[in-house]
Design a protein around this ligand. Structure first.
Ligand SMILES: *[C@@H]1O[C@H](CO)[C@@H](O)[C@H](O)[C@H]1NC(C)=O
Ligand SMILES: *[C@@H]1O[C@H](CO)[C@@H](O)[C@H](O)[C@H]1NC(C)=O
Ligand SMILES: *[C@@H]1O[C@H](CO)[C@@H](O)[C@H](O)[C@H]1NC(C)=O
Length: 415
């Protein structure tokens, strides 16, 4: 009777593990796109709902005129509020707002593609978007076909207005959050996108819920790690602290998203904007600019076009982010960590954030940097593009301004 007893116990949990997840699509994200973290721009932080095709096409033209396209920026993404409030009653398709988009979304897509750029759109894994426009839950196949028919290359998929019967259990079926109702809502769209011929980069805007970093790569190319960004040091510092706990999830086709950029918004200091850009780059988050590009200062443009940080971010050979290391034997533990090391095609890099509220001298031992040791080294400053004079051994110290980030390429010195 032991067998009967065991199977009697096992059956209910097997049934639970089956549930809606058993019939949900299991298609993974396209491997024709999204290998590297996205580089681009999105309407939301700049304009929220006040969008139009002219603002979006202006941004695309600025990609070209400001040298952002040459620097690698590619995606021009439309966020919420592009649609009419109701679907077409016959086709059930979402309808672009004809006032904001007189030539439809396909018209914008054509203009953006003509510039050699790519276009993104926005929908929601619920009944309505966050601003109350039609959501795609239950309409995934229609919407995926509509979006790709318009020429869409990227989909940001938000998490508002989820019906109560989709609430997650405290423990997902089988203990795997891939089987959670949240994941199933995203898997339904992943399956619909996989049914289209056009590859779409798929961003799960799930706000760090349902332990998305454990299953995100099975469903999309990137996933949000938190609620929305804002233009404050507290946001930048909090999201770094959150993201560093899950860096093993980052790789090709697999990116923790720290949310869109606030450079150009609010009153972040220049140093805070440098850290905003550098940390998103060395942690390999998508970098989607979120401001009126026309208003960027020369200093801000230099930050977002920094060729060496972008090369680290877009390295097609080394997939991993920089990770925290213990700088010296008695270095204090901070949150977020201040010292990071990573590898690129160029070699070994060290990044140092001064999280404190006054300028400070930051010191690290070469032997504590993974891959380095007791030898002699030269340092190259990734911000200025200049070599630092002399050879160095043992340790290196550098003064870092409040909330600034130092960025180095470190090479073995020739004797
Ligand atoms: C919630 O209800 C809808 C409509 O009945 C149904 O299609 C869907 O599968 C349900 N979701 C779950 C997780 O059971
Ligand atoms: C900005 O983000 C921080 C960190 O997530 C949060 O504590 C703060 O409340 C946010 N501020 C606003 C105005 O939303
Ligand atoms: C910096 O040093 C590297 C060797 O470590 C050298 O190849 C490069 O030319 C130097 N760059 C400048 C600008 O001096």
């Amino acid at each position: 009777m032991l067998f009967t007893l065991l199977s009697g116990l096992a059956l209910p949990s097997l049934a639970a593990a089956a549930g809606i997840s058993a019939s949900a699509p299991t298609a993974g994200p396209s491997k024709s796109t999204g290998k590297l973290p996205a580089l681009g721009w999105n309407t939301w932080n700049a304009y929220a709902c006040d969008i139009s095709d002219s603002k979006i096409i202006a941004a695309a033209n600025q990609f070209v005129s400001l040298g952002l396209k040459d620097a690698g920026y590619q995606y021009v993404n439309i966020d919420d509020c592009w649609a009419e409030k109701t679907r077409d009653s016959n086709t059930k398709q979402i309808v672009p707002d004809p006032t904001k988009f007189p030539n439809g979304i396909s018209g914008v897509a054509n203009s953006i593609h003509a510039l050699g750029l790519k276009i993104g759109i926005y929908s929601d894994a619920g009944t309505e978007t966050c601003a109350g426009y039609p959501g795609s839950l239950g309409y995934e196949e229609i919407d995926a076909a509509t979006f790709t028919g318009w020429g869409i290359d990227y989909l940001k998929y938000d998490n508002c207005n989820v019906p109560s019967n989709w609430t997650d259990a405290a423990i997902p079926p089988g203990g795997d959050w891939y089987n959670s109702n949240s994941a199933v809502r995203y898997r339904q769209m992943a399956g619909a996108l996989a049914d289209q011929t056009r590859p779409v980069q798929f961003e799960l805007c799930i706000w760090g819920q349902a332990e998305v970093w454990t299953w995100g790569a099975r469903v999309g190319h990137s996933w949000r790690m938190s609620t929305d960004a804002n233009a404050t040091w507290s946001y930048i510092s909090n999201i770094i602290a959150i993201n560093v706990q899950h860096l093993s999830s980052v790789g090709f086709y697999s990116h923790n998203d720290m949310d869109m950029m606030e450079i150009g918004n609010g009153d972040l200091t220049t140093e805070e904007q440098r850290t905003h850009f550098a940390a998103w780059a060395f942690l390999k988050s998508p970098i989607l600019l979120g401001t009126d590009l026309n208003k960027l200062s020369t200093t801000q443009l230099a930050i977002i076009k920094n060729a060496e940080l972008l090369a680290f971010h877009q390295d097609s050979t080394f997939s991993g982010p920089a990770v925290p290391f213990t700088a010296t034997a008695n270095a204090p533990v901070t949150s977020p960590p201040e010292y990071y090391a990573g590898t690129s095609t160029k070699g070994t890099h060290v990044f140092i954030i001064n999280t404190g509220s006054s300028p400070a001298t930051k010191k690290f031992s070469f032997a504590n940097v993974p891959g380095l040791g007791s030898g002699k080294y030269t340092l190259h400053d990734m911000w200025t593009g200049l070599n630092i004079s002399g050879t160095h051994s043992g340790s290196y110290s550098v003064k870092v301004a409040t909330h600034d980030t130092a960025a180095f390429l470190i090479e073995a010195a020739e004797y």
